[in-house]
Design a protein around this ligand. Sequence first.
Ligand code: DAH
Length: 328
Amino acid sequence: MNIKESIESVRKLFRTDSDPFPIDYQAVETLRIKYLGRKGLVAGLFSRMNDVSDKERPIAGKLLNEIKQEISSVFNSQTGSSKSREKSHGESDYSLPGLTFPVGHVHPLQQTMDDIKSIFMNIGFSVAYGPEIDDDFHNFGALNFPPEHPARDMQDTFFIDSETVLRTHTSNVQIHLMEEKDPPLRYIIPGRVYRNEAISFKSYCLFHQVEGLYVDKNVSFADQKGILEYFVKRMFGANTKMRFRPSYFPFTEPSAEVDIWSEKRSQWLEILGCGMVDPEVFKSVDIDTDIWHGFAFGMGIERICMLKYGIDDIRLLYQGDMRFLEQF
Ligand code: DAH
């Protein structure tokens, strides 16, 4: 093995030996002596410098310093200052700081989901879940998507067979809820959804939504406005400027989208879709439209999370990179 290969193999060995980093003092010292001791592996590498050719010496020297630095810094960050520990020569030094354990983080997506859930639960919504693999009826048909609607197209939908899809939105659970329970209903439905889209900084093949469904006797668009205004102010701050913009969804009539104003970007940003439940939808689940009215809304969690925390690439939420996650 030449010196470069030996350095690499010591580095690999150290990564295995130090993950997880030992907890008790004696084991930490054993590990330190194995690598950084006077006769340790790093010292062994240094002693081979004599055999290295003049040409290779500067590079080998640099690599050696790097690995020494790398290993020392793991000890330093895991145990506090190494110098003060060495001074104690293995005797207990009660003035030393304790060993720090790595602590996990709540993922920013989970944090956003939890925040949304708690806001709606505070105003009387319950939480429901539904299937991620569903039939055409629940994902499209009962939601008043005509058979030729482009959302059913192969480009957007992952089909399992001609009748079965990975749900493209959480709206499918509106149908399940109304089939299973009698109104009044007041639910939010968090969950994962799938779309067959090109992956980029702004879209991913899976993401999360929170759906809302409110069905009762005298429900109006004004009720929906009140509830969504409350949500926006709680989620983004009491001074957030928002607007309802007319829109279209097959399962709501009238429909709207909600935008919030971003001072930083000087532009309106869309955060959710909503509307009054279309009578066609009520008919498909046998709810009497003379008695019951309702509204529904749906929002993308990734989008809200990215706006709230200033994240500019959706893929960061799916890569498990600790340098990113540890910022939350
Ligand atoms: N399902 C819609 C989507 O995936 C979002 C949505 C819009 C849900 C309006 C709703 C709604 O319940 O009323 O883009």
